[in-house]
Ligand binder design. Sequence first.
Ligand SMILES: [Zn+2]
Length: 231
Amino acid sequence: MFPFFWDPTYILVIIGIAISGLASAYVNSTFKKFDEVRSRKNVTGTQAAQFILQDSGITDVMVRPISGNLSDNYNSKDKTLNLSESTAQSMSVAAIGVAAHECGHAVQDQKNYIPMKIRHAIVPVANLGSTIAFPLILVGVLLSYNQTLIYLGIFAFSFALLFQLVTLPVEFDASRRAVKILSAGNLLTEEEVPMVKKVLFAAALTYVAAALSTFLQLLRLIILFGGRNRD
Ligand SMILES: [Zn+2]
């Protein structure tokens, strides 16, 4: 029998997919809820981002709109802070929160925040790892359970988890910085800050879910192939 795609441990993969799905539904509904709350100070996501960057003494980062929904990101390579259409022009509390979170990444970059540097360094290794992991394991299985290839595959996959784990402090820290800046009171009122916290917490949960789901996949590979000799 070929115990790779369908076997009892596949339940771990399904649990991972369910967790990720729930987290994604939660962030979407939370964002939607607070996207309907218009900020009292009538600033757009773009204006909020520009204000925060200026206030943090960051002058070399360009704020620009991009297409997509919740595709907001900060790019440290070309120093751009990219806000999705739903964030850039919106005056909602949710949009300001997301914009401030991306500014949090720009501030991390400015301050040479170590976890962010580590995360960047891991990206190519993690991409390579998740690309070659399954082919390695598959070939290992086909070569009558060649343990070396199988272990190499599992090892390669573990870099995908490492990347997800290093992402967590980077994301939580960016949100922490965002809340701190917004609590200073120039962009949000006191009642609006807890709303932003909810949006950013929901967003952070998606990263926790991704890490958990990758962990479950790694666990499955270890249960299936780790330390087992088929002879
Ligand atoms: Zn982020």
